[in-house]
Design a binder for this molecule. Structure first.
Ligand SMILES: [Zn+2]
Ligand SMILES: [Zn+2]
Length: 353
């Protein structure tokens, strides 16, 4: 493994840079690549912080399709250092985040206002070179200016936050609604906070790790339960046995999906937010959906929500969370730490030397 002392100083900006590329499942490499130049309509940024997410871990294990070789990193905050021809509203020195998903614009989904369902979706850090590198180019259309002075390690959380905001759009939680959030990792905590901001009357968080249950209280949960210790019974008791108007599965597994169905009130909505393993299955009684008039909804990525994530980020209280950050050269350590099982709510890479 290369030590960080071997990394070139980017400010001199020679013709090469260090980048972490995915070649095949189990095969990630730190490599020297040519520094990309922005084409018309693009900007180049120096990623200062880039989040590692479940998707990266899935790509590494071969459980999620990605291009190869490709520079990973789709949760990126950085400083613009070159602006391509024709770009308006962005200048060198701006702190920005990248909304990583791009769409074809020509399919039925794109043409009916549902671009995120585009079968030709192409994402920076998955299909196109992303932010685990000293430099990255992106279309100015997907680059968003952040308040200057914001810590880049927080700024890059705009991407997962934008996905959570879409989840909120999908639920349409009302003032006074009762909500169960399953899981209190970064995503569960963000959804708990958003649920509170949306005016929920009762929020219960279900989470097996004690320190995360504490975080859930800080992020707005009224009650926390341990799913391994009679958690379902306690959660139901909080609703006088009725169940919850909304159940958010922020974990993504067969077990949490079944739990979500069981915990919903009559007429309740289940939001499938967490990404379950692609081939996992769950058993549901259609009678339940019928007789209890349940609604099951998915929430996928972040259509039209990154702008709102930028506005909302400062109100999320994310500075309370522990972020564990590694230099780019220590990417293997970072991948070993994902998913975060310690006190850290997020693992990030810091691509600049
Ligand atoms: Zn992600
Ligand atoms: Zn399309």
């Amino acid at each position: 493994m290369l030590g960080s002392s071997n990394l070139p100083v980017l400010s001199s900006f020679g013709s090469t840079m260090w980048a972490m590329r995915f070649h095949a499942p189990g095969d990630l490499r730190l490599e020297q690549l040519a520094v990309p130049n922005p084409k018309p309509g693009e900007v180049r940024l120096r990623p200062l912080a880039a989040g590692l997410c479940g998707t990266d871990a899935h790509i590494f294990k071969g459980e999620f399709p990605a291009a190869s070789p490709v520079v990973l990193g789709h949760e990126v905050a950085g400083i613009i250092d070159a602006v391509g021809a024709g770009v308006k509203g962005l200048v060198e020195g701006d702190l920005v985040t990248v909304q990583p998903n791009t769409y074809c614009g020509a399919c039925r989904y794109c043409r009916t206002g549902r671009e995120h369902l585009c079968p030709n979706l192409c994402a920076y850090g998955v299909h196109i070179d992303g932010g685990f590198a000293e430099a990255m180019v992106a279309s100015a259309r997907v680059v968003y200016r952040m308040p200057s002075g914001l810590d880049a390690r927080l700024a890059c959380l705009a991407e997962p936050l934008s996905c959570c905001i879409h989840g909120m759009d999908r639920t349409a939680i009302q003032s006074g609604s009762t909500v169960l959030v399953i899981g209190a990792g970064l995503i569960g905590l963000m959804l708990t906070r958003l649920t509170r901001l949306a005016g929920a009357g009762l929020i219960v968080s279900s989470e097996p790790q004690e320190f995360r249950r504490k975080c859930a209280l800080e992020f707005g949960a009224d009650t926390v339960v341990d799913p391994k210790q009679e958690g379902e019974t306690q959660a139901l008791a909080a609703t006088h046995g009725e169940g919850f108007d909304f159940v958010v599965d922020a974990v993504g597994s067969s077990a949490t999906f079944s739990q979500a169905i069981n915990m919903a009130a009559r007429g309740g909505t289940i939001l499938v937010f967490g990404c379950a393993p692609m081939h996992a299955t769950a058993t549901v009684r259609p009678f339940d959906i019928y007789a209890r008039e349940l609604t099951v909804k998915g929430s996928f990525i972040n259509p039209y929500t990154h702008e709102r994530a930028v506005s909302l980020l400062p109100q999320m209280g994310l500075e309370k969370l522990q972020i564990e950050a590694f230099p780019l050269a220590e990417f293997r350590k970072a991948f070993e730490r994902q998913p975060a099982t310690s006190m850290a709510a997020k693992i990030e890479l810091l691509p600049q030397p």
